[in-house]
Write a protein that binds this ligand. Structure first.
Ligand SMILES: Nc1ncnc2c1ncn2[C@@H]1O[C@H](COP(=O)(O)OP(=O)(O)OP(=O)(O)O)[C@@H](O)[C@H]1O
Length: 662
């Protein structure tokens, strides 16, 4: 068996899982640097503390400061506090700190409130879609998603209430982060007093610095004595909290899900106490892993006894997501099985071990065919480091990467492709329009999206009557669509439902469309799942099927048993109810009336079509292939296997086959 290790590190230690033949070797030594201390002492021991004065000096003197520091060095939780202590939140001003994900916003806000000894929602607050826990008179440090900051610009284009905006986890390069970069640069020209901090563990600091460098450009770039320097400052925070021992697979494996499960069981069997955080790709994977571990628990108690298994993905209701933060009961080991929602900014106190599958679900958009796919793709080194960083936050930890070190070094990309270059830009374009930026192509993009994607987005918005011939937002439709915090097609569907008289039904459909899946995917139970789908399947397709499921759920008294029996995810159904209620409030605020068409499916389908007609397809070859062609570009498309219509195609092929064989 070949053994190799990183230069300078200790000789690798082989670890045998004793079960599925999975071998890891240790590539870095383990040593704990410090133990428990009071919260204030803990704060001072974080690597970023040594840089407190430097950070405050750079922020004072530069319009933009780019801070790069290891995961866990204290960027997110400490820098906003330093700024507040230095007076940046005085005189009614606020400090904003953005995060790409909602869960991270909530968890860092509560941590900072706890460290400051204040009540969450007062001096420290947060805002995410459909939830605002801030107090306009009291809040001085506000955490929010980058998408919410974009929304705030609609009411306050110069973001006047903020003295400093910190864009955290910038390496993620979500569409909203990139949009924010371009817009903040624009705001800085009008507000020299505004300071920006861009922070991350792994960002390409030089590229970003040159994007924010306005010193070379004509008169706007001339530094005035009273103003901060226009050349961005760059600071590297050295040091990390606790060590994380990295283990790689000896040989690559084809089934990362099964390997993740056997790795969890191996850790549980062989390693001392400590919770395990497993990174898989999506709800389907996670459900399958939960089931495999639960079965293991039931059938082979020896291995899996003492395990508390907790799934974590964005489609779960808040209360279920919170389970990951609860202390693990004594004598138990918690296994959190998560998507990349837990990749950045989260501290799960009990987590000592991380299992990284090396994959995540990523969007890929083809503007020519106008098809956006969510595909399972390899993660970047930046993501892998973030994942490993979830161990070793309150004590030293271990990370088991389910790929080889050679793959990590030679093949894994250092950073992922910015989402802007692989996404449908309809939402992004409407946001710019709502902010009065009409020359979309001339916008100062930190990374250029493809012109085809922009043109396609403009085309769709025009066809939806959201923008007019001059590419300006229409009134009232365009402005209303921009106000509803949903995908523009969903928003247009909701507004059309208002005039058609079926808002009650459509907001249910909109809520289901905004989560990943309401079905429970379990290995080996495909037949039962298919049968369950058939119980609700409507000939008209998935949208009407969702209405049937929602009705059934309400009829059952929102019963968990009913969901279990029907292969429906109970947590996701609770989330649907949560989103539906929020949507109701938004519509009521906008003065849009809520009406029901009493289940008239034709009316509901008209509203769905009003939002989604751009995706219309023509059935080409009725039969086993189930081939459709898109009306717009004649691309070949097929019904997705998860759709209830897929069954129709299958049934038709069975009939054809039986006729053929008869
Ligand atoms: N909820 C929490 N419970 C206990 N300790 C915490 C919590 N949140 C943060 N910490 C401590 O503060 C440290 C710094 O966290 P912080 O989120 O500020 O780091 P960071 O540099 O922003 O890293 P990342 O980008 O990975 O989030 C953590 O490593 C941990 O030791």
């Amino acid at each position: 068996m070949s053994q190799f290790w990183k230069p300078g590190s200790e000789r690798p230690r082989l670890v045998d899982d004793g079960e599925g033949g999975v071998f890891f070797y240790s590539a870095t030594p383990s040593s704990s640097r410090f133990g428990y201390a009071s919260m204030e002492k803990q704060r001072q021991r974080l690597p970023v503390f040594k840089y407190r004065t430097a950070i405050l000096y750079l922020v004072e003197n530069h319009a933009t400061t780019i801070i790069v520091g290891e995961t866990g060095s204290g960027k997110t939780t400490q820098i906003p506090q330093y700024l507040k202590e230095a007076g940046w939140a005085e005189g009614g001003r606020m400090i904003a700190c953005t995060q790409p994900r909602r869960l991270a916003v909530q968890s860092v806000a509560s941590r900072v409130a706890e460290e400051m000894g204040v009540k969450l929602g007062e001096e420290v607050g947060y805002t995410i879609r459909f939830e605002d826990l801030t107090n306009p008179d009291l809040t001085r440090i506000k955490f929010l998603t980058d998408g919410m900051l974009l929304r705030e610009m609609m009411d306050d284009p110069l973001l006047t209430k903020y003295s400093i905006i910190m864009v955290d986890e910038a390496h993620e390069r979500s569409v909203s982060t990139d949009l924010l970069f371009g817009l903040l640069k624009k705001i800085q020209r009008r507000r020299p007093d505004l300071r920006l901090i861009i922070s991350s563990a792994t960002i390409e600091a030089k590229t970003l610095a040159s994007f924010f460098d306005t010193s070379k450009k004509s008169h706007v770039g001339t530094d005035k004595e009273s103003e901060p320097k226009k050349v961005p400052a760059m600071l590297s925070v050295e040091g990390r909290g606790f060590d994380v021992e990295i283990h790689y697979l000896e040989e690559s494996v084809s089934d990362y899900l099964q390997t993740a499960v056997s790795t969890v069981l191996a850790i549980h069997d062989q390693e001392p106490a400590g919770d395990i955080l497993v990174f898989l790709t999506g709800q389907d994977d996670i459900d399958a892993a939960v089931q495999l571990l639960t079965e293991e628990n039931e059938n082979h108690g020896r291995h899996a006894s003492g395990l508390t298994i907790v799934p974590l993905y964005s489609g779960l209701p808040r209360a279920e997501q919170d389970l990951v933060f609860y202390p693990t009961p004594k004598g138990k080991r918690k296994i959190v099985i998560s998507t990349n929602i837990a990749e950045t900014s989260l501290t799960l106190e009990g987590v000592v071990y991380v299992v990284d599958s090396g994959f995540s679900k990523q969007r890929y958009y083809n503007p020519i065919a106008d098809i956006e796919n969510l595909i399972v793709a390899p993660i970047s080194k930046a993501s892998a480091r973030q994942r490993a960083g979830r161990a070793g936050r309150v004590r030293s930890g271990k990370c088991y990467r389910l790929y080889t070190e050679e793959y990590y070094i030679k093949e894994m990309m250092s950073e992922g492709t910015p989402e802007m270059q692989r996404s449908n830009l309809v939402s992004c374009v409407i946001q710019l329009k709502a902010l009065g930026i009409d020359n979309i192509l001339g916008f100062d993009w930190p990374v250029l999206p493809s012109p085809e994607a922009i043109i396609r987005a403009l085309e769709i918005l025009y066809s939806l009557d959201i923008i007019d011939e001059d590419a300006k937002l229409t009134s009232p439709t365009g402005f209303q669509v921009a106000e509803i915090p949903m995908d523009p097609m969903i928003s247009k569907m909701i507004l059309s439902a208002s005039s058609l008289g079926c808002t009650e039904e459509i907001i249910t459909i909109a809520a289901v469309l905004s989560i990943q899946s309401i079905w429970v995917f379990g290995r080996g139970a495909q037949k039962e799942l298919d049968e369950a789908k058939l119980r609700f399947a409507a000939a008209e397709g998935d949208h009407i099927t969702y209405l049937n499921i929602y009705k059934g759920f309400l009829h059952s008294g929102k019963s968990a048993q009913w969901c279990h029996k029907n292969f429906i995810n109970y947590q996701t159904m609770k989330k649907v109810i949560e989103i539906r209620e929020q949507l109701k409030k938004v519509l009521q605020r906008m003065g849009v009336s809520l009406k029901s068409c009493d289940g008239d499916t034709n009316i509901v389908r008209k509203a769905v079509t009003a939002g989604f007609f751009a995706y219309a397809c023509r059935l080409e070859a009725f039969g086993p292939s189930g081939l459709y062609k898109t009306v717009r570009s004649s691309e070949d498309v097929y019904i997705h296997p998860s759709s209830v219509l897929f069954r129709k195609v299958l049934m038709f092929s069975y009939i054809l086959l039986s006729l053929f064989w008869a």
